[in-house]
Write a protein of this length. Structure first.
Length: 250
């Protein structure tokens, strides 16, 4: 009798959560694309795929894990761009609390990663970036120094990918704030160069609204857009984080 192919651990994607309908649709689009792609990678025994949230929306992390079969192993993949408080504390605690119910592990955040820089470059091109424009990377911000360091890392990756100087502006918790970073980029620029914001946010929502209103000449769209398929780079990143954590779980 042939042995059945063992089913891989469940892929539990956890986003921040948002009250924005467009943001919810964009994140759901990423979830659906990941579910389709992971099924292709594991055609004989596709893993369960779930979507939960660390804040604002339901289901939360414990409820999402509880929706799996009893004892089903799981990999929690943060659908977050940097590893701050939500990853190191909220998700880590939720995973630890679930460890008595099932084998479970926490994957790394999506960023920093060169693939995200490539998506940012495309978004800038879509926004009509000119050779004379000055670029400011808009990031959500965090009180966790590790997340702030991740954001500076991404600014460096975007500079390398674009071949341009890139400054950084935070929307909360860290300095410089985005309006100040935009003002600094504009200082001494004269009448010609514009200030263009590269939008290092996962999806539309509260922080995207702040970025759009921060005073740049042009603000690119976030990484995910509700009415478009998610960038392949983001789908691959989720799958890669899942695969690396699955290997640790085994």
């Amino acid at each position: 009798m042939m042995n059945e192919t063992p089913r891989p651990p469940a892929l539990v994607g956890i986003s921040h959560g948002t009250s924005s309908a467009a943001g919810r649709a964009a994140v759901r689009g990423l979830h659906d694309a990941v579910a389709a792609a992971v099924g292709t990678r594991h055609p004989d025994a596709p893993p369960s795929v779930r979507l939960g949230h660390v804040d604002v929306e339901q289901p939360d992390v414990p409820a999402t894990l509880a929706s799996l079969e009893p004892g089903e192993p799981a990999v929690v993949v943060p659908l977050l761009l940097s590893a701050g408080y939500h990853v190191h504390v909220d998700l880590a605690e939720a995973v630890d609390a679930s460890a008595s119910d099932r084998p479970v592990t926490l994957a790394g955040a999506l960023g920093p990663d060169d693939r995200l820089a490539r998506v940012l470059v495309r978004r800038l091109a879509e926004a009509g970036l000119r050779d004379t424009d000055r670029i400011v990377l808009a990031v959500a911000g965090s009180s966790d120094r590790r997340a702030v360091d991740d954001c500076h890392d991404m600014a460096g990756r975007l500079a390398a990918a674009s071949g341009r100087e890139v400054s950084i502006g935070f929307l909360s918790a860290a300095e410089p704030r985005l309006p100040d970073a935009i003002a600094a980029a504009r200082t001494g620029a004269g009448p010609g160069p514009r200030v263009v914001v590269a939008n290092y946010l996962l999806a539309p929502g509260y922080f995207d609204d702040l970025a759009q209103a921060a005073g740049a000449d042009v603000t690119a769209r976030p990484l995910l857009v509700a009415e478009e398929p998610p960038p392949r780079e983001l789908v691959d990143l989720v799958l890669d984080r899942y695969a690396a954590a699955s290997a640790r779980l085994r």
